[in-house]
Design a protein around this ligand. Structure first.
Ligand code: GLA
Length: 329
């Protein structure tokens, strides 16, 4: 019996740093995949063409955070969370750029879970893999990446309410392209990310859940840094709704302007951008045929995503929205 599964990467069109306070996001699964092929075995043994050392994980692993090599921690996280009856011996291959902000780690987690026989709905798969990511990396991430990779719908982005975890597919119009450009490798992601999560928790202690707060509510937060973080989250949740409505109405100019506003909020209020990312977004947004652009994902580097007229950009990858992770054949 052979095992063959694949899990796509993702790009987030709008709604960053909102998922871990139960806010709104609008990502799509993209046509780049991590695949695992193998045969059943008594432990997990995976080789990757992109890595010098294999992942060799015993089924009773319980401390994924100290596993070596580093990439094997994500495999170990899934094994630790899933506690599967059997393992796999095989290979991992991917055309998702690794560590570029397109969720290569989440794709690996979902592929491992499916390869180990995960049997459940996309939400349970995403929740398991989110726990695996937190356990493997120590980064208190939200549900966005794992959920869009589990539940992706061809031709659609997913409007996800991360509070009640409802998903509404939003069709990407035929007359636009979603273009991704890699700008810079990420730096300092883990600790700064955890700090933002803690700052949002502090804001919520002051004014209650950010998912239902208004900008007026945020004015009563006395610490200016915490107030700024809350203002990003509250305004970003609004922008996600407005973006989905603009796309549905075919108002691509409005959608693009919301992407730029989202980037500026990450830059000025959430402080997760860098001068290099800002310059790239500014340059791209000014090009003919580009409706808007923004940094996508956790920040401090990574990729920018642009919404453009077809053929407007010669550089970067035009990405298509695809179905979520699945067994092949
Ligand atoms: C990372 C996390 C997600 C999300 C984004 C920012 O990708 O894994 O849960 O918080 O950052 O939107």
């Amino acid at each position: 019996m052979t095992i063959h599964v694949r899990a796509p990467g993702r790009v987030n069109l709008i709604g960053d740093h909102t998922d871990y306070t139960g806010g709104m996001v609008l990502p799509m699964a993209i046509d780049r995949w991590t695949e695992i092929r193998g045969i059943p075995a008594e432990s997990v043994s995976l080789h990757s063409a992109d890595e010098a050392e294999p992942a060799e994980i015993a089924l009773d692993i319980d401390d994924p955070q100290h596993v070596e090599p580093h990439w094997a921690r994500y495999v170990a996280g899934v094994v630790a969370e899933m506690q599967p009856y059997g393992g796999i011996a095989g290979t991992v291959s991917t055309d998702i750029p690794i560590g570029a902000g397109l969720s290569s780690s989440a794709a690996l987690e979902l592929a491992v879970a499916l390869a180990l026989g995960f049997d459940g709905d996309p939400l349970s798969l995403a929740q398991l893999c989110r726990r695996a990511e937190i356990r493997a990396s120590g980064v208190p991430c939200g549900i966005m990446d794992q959920l869009v990779i589990a539940a992706g719908v061809e031709g659609h982005a997913l409007l996800i309410d991360c509070g009640d975890v409802t998903i509404e597919p939003v069709r990407i119009p035929d007359d636009v392209e979603v273009v991704v450009q890699f700008v810079a490798h990420r730096a300092l992601v883990g600790s700064a990310y955890a700090q933002r999560v803690a700052e949002c928790a502090e804001a919520e202690e002051a004014i209650g859940p950010l998912r239902s707060a208004t900008l007026t509510d945020t004015l009563s937060i006395t610490d200016p840094a915490i107030r700024a973080r809350a203002q990003h989250v509250v305004s970003e949740n609004r922008r996600v709704h407005d973006f989905a409505a603009a796309i549905a109405a075919g108002d691509l100019g409005a959608a693009g302007a919301l992407m730029v506003a989202s980037h500026n909020s990450l830059r000025d209020l959430y402080l997760t951008s860098t001068p290099v990312m800002d310059a790239a977004v500014e340059q791209l947004s000014a090009k003919a045929g580009v409706y808007g652009a923004r940094m996508t994902g956790g920040g401090f580097g990574g990729c920018i995503v642009a919404l453009t007229e077809p053929g407007a950009l010669a550089d970067g990858w035009v990405v298509r929205a695809v179905d979520g992770a699945h067994r092949v054949g």
